[in-house]
Design a protein around this ligand. Structure first.
Ligand code: PBG
Length: 322
């Protein structure tokens, strides 16, 4: 049947009809909210590169997580700035490290909040790379042992989900085996599987002071032109024991989200990263766009592409609107 019998506009005529035939819906329960916690501050400090967001001391970070939870967001993912950085990122392994403290504080305040942690070294190393340096390279095999120890330390503090974001080879298997050996076979691994080497991370690196002091991350994060390779990375992480896989960033990689969704039948997360956040906030401030509509449109597109879970700095705002 074609025009004039077929008239697709019939299904767009009123708000009620549009609601009825809507194919993609956002819900607060699909979100994870990233929270920044810092050992170097006494009160919340605005993050200059990410308008509207803060670095929190431990207590306030727990309150922020609880605020999001009360809006219907199941959980947070934590990023930490330690008091001291060194070559091996040793602050990331401390029982009373900044993330370990924050996990305990959140669980004390409200044990129902799902706590995920970013497992990586870049926030803890003085050189800003995601692993241990040997010569001028990141030493893959030495790094994954430290990452696994970090994951266990987060699990001991009470983390429900550990999320390795380093892009070393074999880290999911190393983490799974060390978690299991430590009695944490119930903890989830959400792998940043297809993490691209992206300029969209700029504002985040300002927030946690994690920009590499020499070189860049092209030797471990994925090259933006590659799609087939993303499927390979996902496949490997699943074989190694990942429970949830992730594509990051989200917006320039909707095709990857879609392909991963079509290929693998597992929960898929997408990370709506700092640059994607700040571009909208700044354009909104200048009144160049309708900020609220744009946020909802962007997040809906990530969902429509196939993400089951969206990690987004907009999560609490969206939860309030929905
Ligand atoms: C690495 C990490 C990064 C982000 C999350 N985990 C930065 C990087 O790889 O340089 C970026 C998140 C964002 O931009 O919102 N630990």
């Amino acid at each position: 049947m074609s025009f004039p019998e077929s008239r697709p506009r019939r299904l767009r005529r009123t708000e009620a009809i549009r609601k009825l035939v809507c194919e993609t819906r956002l819900h607060p329960s699909q979100f994870i909210y990233p929270v920044f916690v810092s050992e170097t501050i006494k009160k919340p400090e605005p993050i200059g590169s990410m308008p509207g967001l803060y670095n929190f001391p431990v207590k306030e970070a727990a309150r922020e997580a609880d605020r999001a939870y009360k809006l219907g967001i199941p959980g947070v993912i934590l990023f930490g700035t330690p008091a001291e950085k060194d070559a091996s990122g040793s602050a990331s392994l401390k029982t009373d490290g900044i993330i370990q403290q924050a996990i305990r504080e959140i669980k004390n305040l409200n044990p129902e909040i799902l706590v995920a942690t970013d497992v990586c070294l870049c926030e803890y190393t003085d050189h800003g790379h995601c692993g241990l340096i040997s010569g001028d390279e990141v030493d893959n095999d030495a790094t994954i042992q430290v990452l696994a120890a970090q994951a266990v330390s987060h699990a001991e503090a009470g983390a429900d989900i550990v999320a390795p974001s380093d892009m070393m080879d074999g880290r999911v298997a190393a983490i799974r085996s060390m978690l299991d050996a430590g009695g944490f076979d119930d903890r989830i691994i959400m792998a940043y599987s297809a993490k691209y080497c992206s300029a969209f991370y700029g504002p985040f690196r300002d927030a946690v002071d994690s920009a590499p002091r020499f070189g860049d991350r092209r030797g471990y994060q994925m090259d933006p032109p590659n799609a087939r390779e993303a499927l390979k990375e996902i496949e490997l992480d699943l074989e190694e024991g990942a429970d949830i896989v992730m594509v990051k960033p989200a917006l320039s990689y909707l095709d990857i989200i879609c392909r991963v969704k079509d290929t693998f039948d597992v929960p898929l997360a997408a990370y709506n990263v700092s640059g994607e956040y700040s571009m909208i906030k700044l354009a909104g401030k200048e009144n160049l766009i309708d900020e609220k509509r744009l946020i909802l449109e962007v997040l809906t597109s990530i969902k429509r592409a196939g993400a089951d879970i969206i990690i987004s700095y907009f999560a609490p705002d969206v939860a309030e609107w929905l």
